[in-house]
Every structure is written in C-alpha cells, then in structure tokens.
Ligand binder design. Structure first.
Ligand SMILES: Cc1ncc(COP(=O)(O)O)c(C=O)c1O
Length: 463
C-alpha cells in the first residue's frame, strides 16, 4: 500500500456496531483508520466488514474482468483446507509442491513443449509476475549472449504492441528495458510480424506476442510474427525470441483452436505465461510461466530451496504465498480434463457470439470483435451518432448492476472509444439474455438524449 499522499480517502472515519452485537461495552464508535484500542467479538467484526463489502457490487455482473468470479462449492472446501499452507514451504508441504509440479507438466504438454517432462516452469501470483519472470529470462539470455561476444549490454529493448497489458510497461520500467511499442493504425489493433521487425535491432531482448489482446480479445498472429523474425534472422543473423503473453488465450486456444500454432510448436517461442485465475477457471491469484526447455531459462536466475532434504529450484519475485490457489488449479485440471475445459469455454464462446450478433442487430453499435477468439466482444457507438457515447451506455448499464467498461484505445487510435464485454464461465445464455434485455430497454432513452452526458470520461483502462 502506498503512502498517504497516494491514498484516496473514502468513507467513514468511524464504524458503528449494531446493538445486537454490541454486548454493552462496544457501543461507542470504533475508529476505521486507527487500530482500535480494544477487541470486539468475532461476530461483530464479521458483520461490520460483511455489510461494508456489500458496496462492492455483484461480481457475477462484472463483465469487465477476465478473472474468475464463480467456482463450484467443493473447491471452496479444498481451498479453505489449504488456507494455512504457505506454498514456499516445500519441505513442510511436499504434496502441495507436487501438485504445482503436476500442473506445470500438464501445461507443458498442453502447450506442446518439445519434452514436457523437461520444460521448466512455476506458479506465480498472476500473469503480471509471470510476465516479469519471462521478461527477466529474456533479458538475462540477451546479456549473456552479448557479453560472450564482447558487446555492450547497456541498452536493452523489448518490442511489443501498444495494446499490451500494463504489466509489460511495468516490466520495462522496473527492469530498465526500453519499451518499443508498435502503435495501432486504422483497423489494426494489435501487433503484426511486419510491424514488429521494424523495431527490432541487436539490442532487442525479445518480442512479446499477446494471445489475446486485453483491449478487444483478438489474438496476435504469433506464427506470423515468428516467421517475420525468421526472415530477419536470415537477413541479419539476429536471433530474437518470442514470449507469448497468453494471460487469457493460453487457456482458451488449446481447447477451442487446437490447430492454431501459437505455442511451443513454434521454435522461436521461448516462454509462455497464463493466468490460472482467468480462463484457467480458478479464483485469484494464480498464474503460470513456462519455458520451452532448460536452455531458455538461465540457471543463474534460479534459486534453490530445501525440499524434503533435497533441492528444489525456484524462480519467483515473491516468497510466501498461499498454496490454496495451486491446489484449486490442480482440482480444475483433474475435474474438467481437456474435454471439460473445451465444453466450458465453447459455451463462453457461444454466449459471446450470441451477444455480438444481438449487438449488431440493435442498430447503434458496430462490432470491433465478435467473440470468436477470446470470448470477448468489443464494440463502439457507430460513427455519426453524436448524442450519446459509450461512456453513457456504460453508466446507464450500471443502474441495473452491469459493469461494462468503456475506454479509449491507445495511440494512434485514441479517437476510438469502445465498450468491452468479457464472457466467463458462469455467464450463461440466460444471464446474457437478461443483460441484452436491459441494454435494449435503455437504448430509446439514450437515443432521445440531446447530447452526451459522459463525454469526457476517457480512461486508460488496462485490465
Ligand atoms: C494480456 C494480459 N497480460 C497480463 C495481464 C495481467 O494479468 P494478472 O492480472 O493475472 O496479473 C492481463 C490481465 O488482464 C492480460 O490481459
């Protein structure tokens, strides 16, 4: 948590206790921002916090997030059983460590690693940490190669589309790598091979390809980017690896697009991350990062911890972390298998396709994406409509509890403002029908509005 100058103050300075819980002595207001002098009963503490959290809104109506908002009750029991376990204590909790290993092996197989039993990988807090680790490995490999040939390591850069999630800007900033971002242009909303190679030079540690883009759910063409880099290597000798940020698509494409080569089938793909807590179907926070083989992960980045009296290699930014999410990931893998994931995600894709079709019929909207890659629908208000904006639509949907973000695209399409719906497991055809009925009901009012109300709400929405 940042210092007070960065903190926004919201809400009460004091908390009140319902007389049912007060038991006489704690009727006095309790400070909300200072450690209270005394104790209170567990029931009172629970009720106060429970009541305040009602204001968070209903997670299932949150169509903004990629992150899992529903899991079946059995996994809740398993996670509660694991709450006391720290996953870093590999020696004390060897079985949790074993389940993490099994998940890595399953992902290595799913992502077609040349030898799944040898692909190094680990769990992380989420994709952000996973991307930092992927980026760090690329930086270190580039440094090693440069040093070995007596060249400068002073100016590393990393090439990506401007549509990357903010974690890549953080990586570049925190680890002092120049971010080289390809802007959007016209109807091109993500990176292409042709654009990527224009920014690559001898100081490029790697290219990030996103499957799929946070802004609109489209897949970046990983194979095409790799082919462009192959041609660059033939011409110049530069051998630039790719990290695939599969935060969402890493758990969609293997099940719904098995013939799409985006993973370790492409020799240039050195590492891949995904968020277990997105289409891996686990509550936050768990992510995964894997390398194609041991050569792709420099040994000097790996730390060794004691494990059952033996040695366990680890690579992470954090140390202590809950084991429950890892166990929940293993539960989901076991519970659904390939066919189960395929079924769950195809329902999401169907629902997204249905929403897209209906949105196109409604009249004032134009689709940017139709849910046929990530189950995500991005859409805009048609050009020429100037009495309401996507920001008005977003605000009005909130009145019925639906959280649909509206935001502008980054450079050079900052003129384009869109709404985005992320379809996740649990957002059924029935719920989608209710959502669309609400949208249809409020449209006449928007269409009769004299001018936009929320015209200046442009945000740099990045999740
Ligand atoms: C493409 C992409 N990369 C990285 C992230 C960061 O993921 P996490 O929230 O798991 O840290 C996201 C989050 O939406 C994303 O969409």
């Amino acid at each position: 948590m940042l210092g007070s100058s960065h903190r926004r103050r919201r809400g009460a300075e004091h908390l009140s206790v319902n007389p049912l819980f007060a038991q006489g002595s704690v009727m006095a207001p309790i400070p909300a921002r200072r450690l209270p002098d005394g104790e209170m009963s567990s029931a009172a503490a629970y009720q106060i916090i429970h009541d305040e959290l009602m204001l968070d809104g209903n997670a299932r109506q949150n169509l903004a997030t990629f992150v899992t908002t529903w899991m079946e009750p059995e996994v809740g029991i398993l996670m509660a059983e694991c709450l006391p376990k720290n996953m870093i204590d590999k020696d004390e909790y060897p079985q949790t460590a074993e389940l993490e290993h099994r998940c890595v092996s399953m992902l290595a197989d799913l992502w077609n690693a040349p030898d799944p039993s040898k692909a190094p990988g680990c769990s992380t807090v989420g994709s952000s940490e996973a991307c930092m680790l992927g980026g760090l490995a690329m930086k270190r490999r580039w440094q090693q190669k440069r040093k070995a040939s007596g060249k400068s390591t002073a100016k590393p850069n990393i090439v990506m589309g401007i549509n990357v999630q903010v974690c890549w800007e953080k990586f570049a900033n925190y680890f002092e790598v120049e971010p080289r971002q390809v802007p959007m242009a016209g109807d091109r909303f993500h990176l292409t091979g042709e654009e990527a190679v224009k920014l690559v030079d001898e100081n490029t540690i790697g290219v990030v390809a996103v499957l799929g883009s946070t802004f609109d759910g489209s897949y970046e063409p990983v194979a095409e980017i790799a082919a462009a880099l192959d041609r660059l290597q033939e011409r110049t000798g530069l051998d630039v690896p790719i990290h695939v940020d599969g935060a969402s698509g890493g758990m969609i494409a293997p099940f719904l697009d098995p013939d799409l080569a985006w993973d370790f089938r492409i020799p240039r793909v050195a590492s891949i991350n995904t968020s277990g807590h997105k289409y891996g179907l686990v509550f936050p926070g768990v992510g995964w990062v894997l390398w194609r083989d041991e050569a792709a992960l420099p040994e000097e980045l790996v730390y060794h911890v004691n494990y059952l009296g033996g040695d366990m290699p680890t690579f992470a930014l954090n140390f202590s972390r809950p084991g429950a999410q890892i166990v929940a990931q293993y539960y989901m893998f076991l519970r659904l298998g390939r066919e189960g994931y395929r079924l769950v995600h195809s329902v999401c894709r169907d629902v997204a396709g249905g929403i897209a079709a209906k949105l196109a019929e409604l009249g004032p909207f134009e689709l940017i994406t139709d849910g046929s890659q990530l189950p995500v629908v991005a859409f805009r208000v048609k050009a020429g409509i100037d009495n309401f904006t996507v920001f008005d639509v977003s605000r009005r949907l909130r009145e019925r509890g639906w959280q649909v973000p509206a935001y502008t695209f980054p450079a050079d399409r900052g003129d384009l403002a869109v709404l985005r719906i992320v379809v996740r497991n649990g957002f059924s055809h029935d719920l989608a029908g209710l959502f669309l009925a609400d949208l249809e009901r409020l449209l006449p009012e928007l269409e009769h509005q004299a001018e936009p109300i929320d015209k200046a709400l442009a945000t740099s929405f990045r999740h």
